[in-house]
Design a binder for this molecule. Structure first.
Ligand SMILES: [Zn+2]
Length: 104
């Protein structure tokens, strides 16, 4: 599944995205984002590379906007994000915001 997206990362929001870190699911070393593919305003795919030379794992993860916790003071009318729902008790239990899981 090779994407023709070598230049797709040239968007203004990349600086925020690339600060994100996660750990390699195989060896638990820190991984770095090498490329981000902005699919929609609410969905980004991130290509991670494990920083452990002995591992070398490269994978694709997703970063998705799920809910608004504090509304924007400059909202974009085209962006529809669900507000924090009452039926999401698990949100309070998410103590590790950096613990992303690869979707595939
Ligand atoms: Zn690794």
């Amino acid at each position: 599944m090779t994407r023709a997206g070598h230049h797709a990362s040239r968007s203004g929001s990349d600086h925020q995205v690339t600060r994100l870190r996660t750990r390699c699911p195989h060896c638990n070393a820190w991984a770095r984002i090498r490329t981000s593919y902005v699919i929609t305003a609410l969905y980004t795919e991130l290509r991670f590379e494990c920083q452990n030379d002995a591992c070398g794992h490269i994978w694709l993860a997703s970063l998705e906007v799920l809910r608004t916790l504090c509304p924007s003071d400059t909202p974009n009318p085209e962006i529809q994000i669900p507000l924090r729902a009452q039926r999401a008790p698990s949100e309070n239990a998410m103590a590790e915001p950096a613990a992303m899981r690869a979707a595939g």
